[in-house]
Ligand binder design. Structure first.
Ligand SMILES: Nc1nc2c(ncn2[C@@H]2O[C@H](COP(=O)(O)OP(=O)(O)O)[C@@H](O)[C@H]2O)c(=O)[nH]1
Ligand SMILES: [Mg+2]
Length: 301
């Protein structure tokens, strides 16, 4: 199945919850009033738009009513789609694969899809004609190193590794050296990303930063936080926590296949001001694409 169909399919649950409920509800109203807004608010919150974003959207609709631009309940859905698309369009957008050289660090809690996303990204970069090197910076478990190795083989790219328990900064150091020696354009570094101890993670990331700064001076740096869309508002909370310890330049949102919580994309864009750069819709190598606000808004409705 093509990516777009997977995204549309994946958002079906969100769409059913959002558009399905909304249409039934709107049909019961003769005019656009506070009672309608109250019910609509409930629908948005249950689709994981979050309180702040829901409130923002409600106020945008109230403004339209005040200006006489929104009177018929049948027009509420279209107005909402416009307001949502406007939020998604704010700021920087999907990842541009031609902006190289680049060093990308990938962080996020266990199981969100970091390693898988790195594999998919490596594939996207090589398809765009760039040379890629992976760094097995999640040294916490040997299996994590091997898992990244499988992706490296699948994409036909090299991976720099050390033994289990090695210092991630040392792995990155080796990888930077290798990247320079081989003239690699894209270096992607996996991490264990444990957040149970903020101080540890902060120290680890700071150390990796110092290595990157010294070894890859002047090279563009990105830190992508991976979030699992099926965790809904919890993902937004994770993003808040990680923002306190890392300079996150973009979000990779995974598992949008089959999540009923698609609203969190809007919530993330609105409340965190961190751009969603890539979205994942499955476990396969081709199940990732740069985030496109308009396509997403279309799939959502
Ligand atoms: N359905 C689905 N599964 C995914 C997606 N991305 C990752 N996964 C799965 O999530 C699980 C954890 O992924 P992994 O990359 O190991 O997470 P990590 O611990 O953050 O490195 C694996 O079973 C992946 O196949 C996605 O977009 N959709
Ligand atoms: Mg991993």
């Amino acid at each position: 199945m093509a990516f777009w169909d997977k995204l549309k399919n994946g958002l079906k649950k969100t769409r059913d919850g959002l558009v399905g409920k909304m249409d039934t509800m709107l049909a019961a109203f003769g005019k656009v009033d506070e009672d309608l807004f109250e019910e609509l608010e409930g629908v948005l919150i249950s689709a994981d738009f979050g309180l702040e974003t829901t409130e923002f959207l409600m106020n945008a609709l109230r403004r339209r009513v005040k200006e006489g631009r929104l009177t018929d309940p049948a027009d509420v859905r279209g107005a909402l789609q416009e307001e949502i698309a406007a939020i998604l369009r704010q700021g920087e957008q999907g990842l541009d694969f031609d902006r190289v050289p680049v060093l990308i660090s990938v962080i996020g809690v266990n199981g969100v899809g970091k390693t898988t996303s790195i594999g998919k990204m490596a594939s996207l970069y090589t398809s765009a004609g760039h040379s890629v090197l992976l760094a097995a910076g999640d040294t916490f478990r040997a299996a994590a190193i091997d898992q990244l190795g499988v992706w490296a083989d699948r994409c036909g790219v090299e991976m720099i590794r050390q033994h289990e328990g090695a210092d991630p900064a040392a792995v990155l150091f080796d990888a930077c050296k290798a990247a320079k020696a081989r003239g690699v354009e894209v270096l992607i570094c996996d991490t264990a990303g444990r957040l149970h101890n903020k101080k540890n993670l902060m120290d680890e990331l700071a150390k990796m930063n110092r290595v990157a700064e010294r070894e890859m001076e002047g090279v563009r740096r990105e830190t992508f936080l991976v979030l699992d869309a099926t965790t809904g508002q919890n993902a937004v909370n994770q993003a808040r926590a990680f923002s306190e310890v890392a300079n996150i330049t973009g979000i990779i949102l995974t598992k949008l296949d089959g999540s009923s919580k698609g609203g969190i994309v809007v919530s993330i864009c609105k409340e965190l001001g961190i751009p969603v750069r890539l979205i994942g819709v499955g476990e396969g190598i081709s199940d990732m694409q740069p985030f496109s606000p308009d396509e997403f808004a279309k799939a959502l409705f």
